[in-house]
Design a protein around this ligand. Sequence first.
Ligand SMILES: NC(=O)C1=CN([C@@H]2O[C@H](COP(=O)(O)OP(=O)(O)OC[C@H]3O[C@@H](n4cnc5c(N)ncnc54)[C@H](OP(=O)(O)O)[C@@H]3O)[C@@H](O)[C@H]2O)C=CC1
Ligand SMILES: O=C(CO)COP(=O)(O)O
Length: 345
Amino acid sequence: MTKVAVLGAGSWGTALSLVLADNGHDVSLWTHRQEQAEIINSTHKNEKYLNVMIPKEIRAYHNLKDALQQVTVIVLVVPTKAIREVCKNLDAVLEQNVTIIHASKGIEPESLKRVSQMISEEMNGYKDKDIVVLSGPSHAEEVAQRQPTTVTVSSMNERNAQLAQDLFINKAFRVYTSTDIIGIELGGALKNIIALGAGISDGLGYGDNAKAALITRGLAEIARLGTSLGANPLTFLGLPGVGDLIVTCTSVHSRNWRAGNLLGKGNKLDDVLDQMGMVVEGVRTTKAAYQFAKKQNIEMPITLGIYEILFNDKEPKQVVEQLMNRNKREEMDDLARLLSSMYSQ
Ligand SMILES: NC(=O)C1=CN([C@@H]2O[C@H](COP(=O)(O)OP(=O)(O)OC[C@H]3O[C@@H](n4cnc5c(N)ncnc54)[C@H](OP(=O)(O)O)[C@@H]3O)[C@@H](O)[C@H]2O)C=CC1
Ligand SMILES: O=C(CO)COP(=O)(O)O
């Protein structure tokens, strides 16, 4: 049995706490809202985020120091925009050495930093090579129902990745390892941009052909940006790449798909985000990827179109027209370039 603190009591933090409790670990679930901690402890529910009973062994905390008592593992599951703030607070009160696993899917606009990089910048004594990421096609709603789910954990420190694998793996939650943390983090973050696009496409009333095109050409964009930042292109063919892309672009559970769907139906971004009430990571990630692609001259036409819908009020139909009328090209250009760059390394 391991003593684990899960920081972030939203949908995913709650679902991951259930997996850990199922595996017999001692779980504290920290929330930044006192009232939410009290509700979880008295009702054993967290209804705003997940419709499931929470076993009474999982105790919710509002005081961070109390949540951290004797833990040897921390699972960080707050929205990417809160990572730095939570890590600063954590650094101020954490007294013991722990293994840090994060499960957030985003990147930081301006810096294009991945979550493991942000964590190590805010936490004294932790290097980004020691942080573990957990990512893959895994909607909290299905994990909470113990439906079969597969994810990948990755760290440059293989021992830490194996520790995370052993901590989470069970008969409903299969965990693979990988050493390509760059690819795993970028795959998980960038698929949210394409999921917004898939939702927009469905909202406009387009069918499966359009969605398959978005998924496939979206994957090419993810691989282009990812490899320019040092990811292994093959990672994008795995669970945290194409796997997560499929689940997020096709599931009604996806907040990114749902937000895109509302945009495609003509709603404005601010109204959509108000309605969602949960994090839609793809919005910030679109900004980050757009800025980077522009600076580095990386071709990302879908990302550019989604940026224009989100931030420049461009009509979704106009963006579709723009995408369909680009210059003619050969489909496999990208793949050939990526593979040859891989083999020349
Ligand atoms: N839901 C899912 O199925 C999956 C989610 N993820 C990723 O996990 C991360 C978290 O997502 P998820 O749990 O779904 O998000 P939710 O929107 O469901 O919950 C986010 C939680 O974080 C809390 N929070 C927000 N800001 C802060 C802050 N500054 N300090 C502390 N807590 C804060 C929210 O509190 P408040 O109530 O105040 O808003 C809420 O409890 C995201 O990066 C997401 O992409 C990954 C895989 C699956
Ligand atoms: O990452 C997810 C599933 O793997 C969750 O996606 P959403 O944030 O779009 O709900």
